[in-house]
Design a protein around this ligand. Structure first.
Ligand code: SF4
Length: 454
């Protein structure tokens, strides 16, 4: 089974692209900082959001039942799915029961998690992702590489090539306005032909039985206003108690995600269209198990803003595909091994533990401490390979034993200068080349050490 480092190798080997990816995400991170700094009560908002999430998670079943009661009273049909398979079956049953073969879908990481697209396509239903980034990766038959910016790993030239092949745009064209216009025309036809629309749910309000979907492109609105059937897929953790709580989350979400003051379209759904149907599928898919895990239950507070990815030095330099899970980055490095520790056991180690993720998280999930705790858990469960456990135990003993520490320091001082340069900076270490290391000195390490003042 390939770990994070091995999966990251193709990405980090393309130095130019990895550097560009790093800078693109850092730009988003800086935009987020400017927005956060422009609001004096930013930290108070984060505190409130964190407290609301902690409270909601402590009474999750009650709030979900309240949401269901009120949603039904609004004419919304509510379904419960234990896992991804049940979710897909329910969605298919609704569509097949009405003879629907064309579905448009706005961004929903939950449907990615459940692998809904391939499931429906295998049943003869055409699914079109309508978020521009999602449509791009769908045309490339790839999953999203980031939860908010699904095609952030691609340059405009890559998209120009793809659109030339798939949408017939001019060869070599890479002007973003031209490409966006072409995508708009293509998607417009899909919207007009759709028989049903599927959206995710950003926030479901227990008090009213309504829910909110945030997009920047208005694609959720188009996809749910034209066809008479709307299906919304919602993870159990999306519920919040009251409408007034929403204001706090909406102020935090767009600023943390893309550095915008507010998402362009924030749409409230409180019932079906006249003569139409609205279904909400509430999905557990392993979330209840996380809720019962006292150490890591806070990971369910995540509002999927992506800020922890944009700031993470490992994510920025290794790309979303190196995580091998629907949700990458620091939060994915918790969620994935919580679902399958032996398969995703390398992810908690894909972190510098610098704490930047915890600093930006709008709901104050203590990501880096949780990642550290997860490492210890993996060692306890013996999922970390034996050689690594032995190395860590040995190192821990050396650090705690004065004479061993002194001896090891002497040995390292002798050994490191004799390491071949290629091991440190050369082609054998593409990961090391991506880091902001000082320029390789012309002198050997041995000469440099000799020069050091005593
Ligand atoms: S863990 Fe926090 S920063 Fe990361 S995506 Fe979730 S809410 Fe955003």
């Amino acid at each position: 089974m390939m770990g994070h480092a091995a999966k990251a190798l193709p990405f980090v080997s393309d130095e130019e692209r990895a550097h560009w990816h790093d800078q693109a995400l850092w730009f988003v991170r800086l935009k987020r900082d400017r927005q956060a700094e422009s609001i004096p009560e930013w930290e108070a908002l984060r505190e409130s959001a964190s407290a609301i999430k902690a409270h909601t998670l402590s009474r999750l079943a009650d709030y979900l039942e309240e949401f269901e009661r009120n949603a039904r009273a609004n004419g919304i049909q509510v379904h419960w799915a234990r896992d991804g398979t049940e979710h897909n079956t329910i969605v298919h049953r609704i569509l097949a029961g009405r003879g629907i073969t064309r579905l448009v879908k706005s961004k929903s990481m939950l449907t990615e998690e459940c692998h809904l697209n391939p499931y429906l396509e295998a049943q003869g239903i055409e699914v079109t992702d309508t978020d521009l980034g999602e449509r791009i990766v769908q045309l490339r038959r790839e999953p999203p590489s980031h939860i908010v910016l699904p095609a952030i790993h691609l340059k405009k030239q890559d998209i120009g090539e793809l659109f030339h092949k798939e949408l017939g745009t001019a060869q070599g064209a890479s002007d973003p306005s031209y490409l966006t216009e072409a995508a708009r025309g293509h998607l417009r036809q899909k919207f007009m032909a759709a028989q049903a629309g599927l959206t995710g749910v950003n926030f479901a309000i227990a008090e009213t039985g309504g829910f909110v979907v945030c997009t920047n492109e208005g694609n959720a609105d188009m996809g749910t206003s034209l066809p008479p059937l709307h299906i919304a897929s919602m993870g159990v953790e999306k519920v919040i108690p009251r409408t007034k709580d929403l204001a706090i989350f909406l102020r935090l979400l767009a600023r943390s995600a893309t550095g915008q003051p507010v998402t362009t379209y924030t749409t409230h759904f409180h019932g079906p269209l006249r003569g139409g149907e609205l279904h909400v599928v509430i999905v557990d898919n392993g979330r209840s198990a996380i809720l019962h895990n006292e150490t890591f239950r806070r990971s369910l507070a995540c509002i999927r803003c992506g800020a922890c990815m944009n700031t993470c030095p490992v994510f920025r330099r290794s790309g979303g595909y190196s995580y091998g899970y629907t949700v990458p980055g620091p939060i994915g490095s918790l969620l994935a091994p919580l679902r399958n520790p032996s398969h995703f056991g390398s992810l908690p180690f894909a972190s510098s533990l610098c704490g930047s993720c915890s600093d930006v998280c709008p709901v104050k999930i203590d990501l880096h401490h949780e990642l550290y705790a997860f490492r210890q858990e993996l060692v306890r469960q013996k999922i970390v390979p034996l050689y690594k456990r032995l190395a860590m135990a040995g190192l821990s003993w050396v650090l705690m034993t004065t004479w061993a520490y002194c001896l090891a320091s002497r040995l390292m001082r002798w050994f490191v200068p004799r390491l071949p340069r290629a091991l440190v900076y050369g082609p054998w270490n593409p990961w090391g080349r991506q880091r902001e290391l000082p320029q390789m000195p012309r002198e050997s390490f041995r000469d440099l050490i000799k020069k050091e003042p005593t």
